[in-house]
Design a protein around this ligand. Structure first.
Ligand code: ZN
Ligand code: ZN
Length: 534
């Protein structure tokens, strides 16, 4: 068996691992690289491998960093099956269509920019229409039921407790007469995530490929999310202004609605029952429908209990849905205090930006962050306490109260990750760390090594063969040397010019000798090559 790490290797996004075993080529996830990782180079068509040779894709969950390149796979000759849970199957469809819309908008924007620069237009990676085709490829498989990919390989999904329908993959491959078991953790949930169960315990494996998002951090506030939200909402209501919650559309938004419905039932937040709650994100509204209807077998006991008692998580009396852009805009003209849940979670796009523009400057408003804010995002600027931010080219003063709840984090922290791996009773031959910033992965590698595990932190495109061990990614393609020299010379010339322009020309004098020396050597070599000097 051979595993090649095609994404989320010493980085967080773009999860994609190729397993070659039992005559099959199987991808575990096919995610999109986001933020900084998006700059990592991919091959033609946005993939670094031949899509036509892949037999199966096993999707651990619907998040775009695990599923976002599936339509690219389809466009490039994939004719196999995608296996995933029924909840993920529904969620991934709406998420990929939404991602297709975003690809189209971005391509349009870049094309307009190209046009002004006299360059050709750009095609979207895939369109919303193309993304819709994903349904044709999906076979659903529920937790804990085995599935034979062929006579040599079988798999099983178990609950990862990270998102509705999220799974860890147990991968069994026959090798030299015995079965080798590899566990892919996918994203591992935090304990006490509302609605869904905690991650399942897995107690045996030969190899483990595990995420490390919070491999060097503990969540600060250990109280359950409902207690944290209770305090923050009580204070926000007392302040009297609007309460704006930037939220990820799928998962987090439904968790907040759930917590609010439970707080309404249990009491303890004075005045909450009088405040209208607006869910203002088309994707969140679609996702909420999926949470609501068919998939009660993904609910945890607490959620089922509340349901029995008549709590309507996604249909309580004060909940309003803002489907259209007009309905969204109207929220800001309404008098009185309200709770507004809107996307995107890091405030980079979507309707949330309008709500922040209308509320950040007001001293009685409260903004409640419920998820990680990546560096460089508008959300991060606000969380970091910046007093002025730019929204739609307008300077907005931050006078609102800003708070952060970390009890709703979707990922296990360092303690949770160690607990998860400590359940394995059989000695693990190797642990591979993926899905984390490089520093975090290296720190977590040390932690696990200290606990006696044999841990590797593969780099992008590294392979591990159970017979041969780790082999580094194939050598980089040959560089265009003349072009490299040309651009280096160009950079030197530009630096010299800049120094002279700044009146530092005299500092360059010592360099002249070195440059002459270099040119002498250059001429000698050239002469040797041309056969002039023997
Ligand atoms: Zn995830
Ligand atoms: Zn992820």
């Amino acid at each position: 068996m051979k595993i090649t790490f095609l994404g989320a290797a010493r980085s967080v996004t773009g999860s994609c691992h190729l397993v070659e075993a039992g005559g099959l080529k199987v991808l575990i996830d096919c995610g999109m690289r986001q933020g900084r990782d998006a700059k990592q180079e991919l091959g033609a068509g946005g993939l670094s491998f031949d899509a036509g040779t892949i037999d199966f894709v096993l999707l651990t969950h619907a998040h775009i960093d695990h599923s976002g390149l599936v339509p690219v796979l389809m466009k490039n000759g994939f004719s196999g099956r995608i296996l995933t849970t029924s909840a993920t199957s529904e969620l991934v469809q709406i998420m990929l269509v939404d991602s297709g819309h975003i690809q189209e908008l971005e391509a349009e924007w870049r094309s307009r920019k190209n046009e002004r620069a006299g360059k050709p237009p750009e095609e979207p990676l895939y369109t919303a229409e193309e993304a819709k085709g994903v349904i044709e490829y999906i076979t659903t498989l529920e937790y804990d039921s085995a599935y034979d990919l062929n006579e040599n390989v079988r798999i099983r999904f178990v609950d990862a407790g990270h998102l509705f329908g999220s799974a860890c993959v147990e991968f069994y491959a026959k090798e030299d007469g015995r079965e080798v078991k590899t566990v892919f953790s996918g994203d591992l949930g935090n304990k006490n995530i509302p609605i869904i169960n905690d991650p399942d315990i897995i107690d045996s494996a030969d190899y483990v490929v595990m995420e490390s998002t919070y491999g060097d951090r503990m969540h600060e506030d250990k109280r359950p999310p409902d207690e944290q939200l209770k305090d923050v909402l009580s204070e926000a209501i007392r302040r009297g202004g609007n309460i704006v919650i930037p939220s990820f559309a799928v998962g987090r938004s439904q968790e907040i609605l759930y917590e609010i419905s439970v707080l309404l039932k249990e009491g303890g937040v004075p005045g909450l029952e009088k405040i209208p709650v607006f869910l203002d994100s088309p994707l969140a509204i679609q996702a909420t429908e999926i949470f609501k209807h068919k998939y009660l077998h993904y609910y945890d006991d607490e959620a089922l209990e509340y349901m029995k008692e008549g709590v309507k998580f996604f249909g309580f009396e004060t909940l309003h849905i803002a489907e259209t852009a007009e309905e969204s805009k109207a929220i800001n003209d309404m008098p009185g205090q309200k709770i507004i849940i809107s996307a995107s979670g890091m405030c980079e796009a979507g309707r949330i930006k309008h709500h922040l523009k209308h509320n950040l400057w007001r001293a009685d408003s409260t903004v409640i962050f419920v998820g990680y804010q990546a560096e460089g995002t508008l959300g991060r600027q606000i969380v970091d306490g910046q007093r002025k931010v730019k929204i739609f080219n307008e300077n907005i003063h931050v006078n609102a109260a800003v708070t952060m709840i970390d009890g709703l984090s979707g990922h296990a922290d360092k303690g949770g990750l160690i607990e998860w791996i400590s359940h394995f009773k059989t000695p693990l031959k190797k642990v591979f760390l993926v899905h984390g910033e490089e520093d975090t992965i290296l720190s977590f590698q040390k932690t696990l090594a200290g606990l006696g595990y044999d841990v590797l932190a593969p780099r992008l495109n590294d392979s591990y063969d159970t017979g041969l061990g780790l082999s580094p990614a194939a050598a980089e393609p040959k560089k265009d040397i003349p072009e490299l020299i040309r651009s280096t010379l160009h950079n030197i010339a530009a630096a010299v010019e800049a120094e002279i322009a700044h009146g530092n020309g005299s500092q360059l004098a010592p360099m002249e000798e070195e440059l002459k020396d270099f040119l002498d050597k250059w001429n000698n070599r050239k002469a040797t090559r041309n056969g002039e000097v023997k």
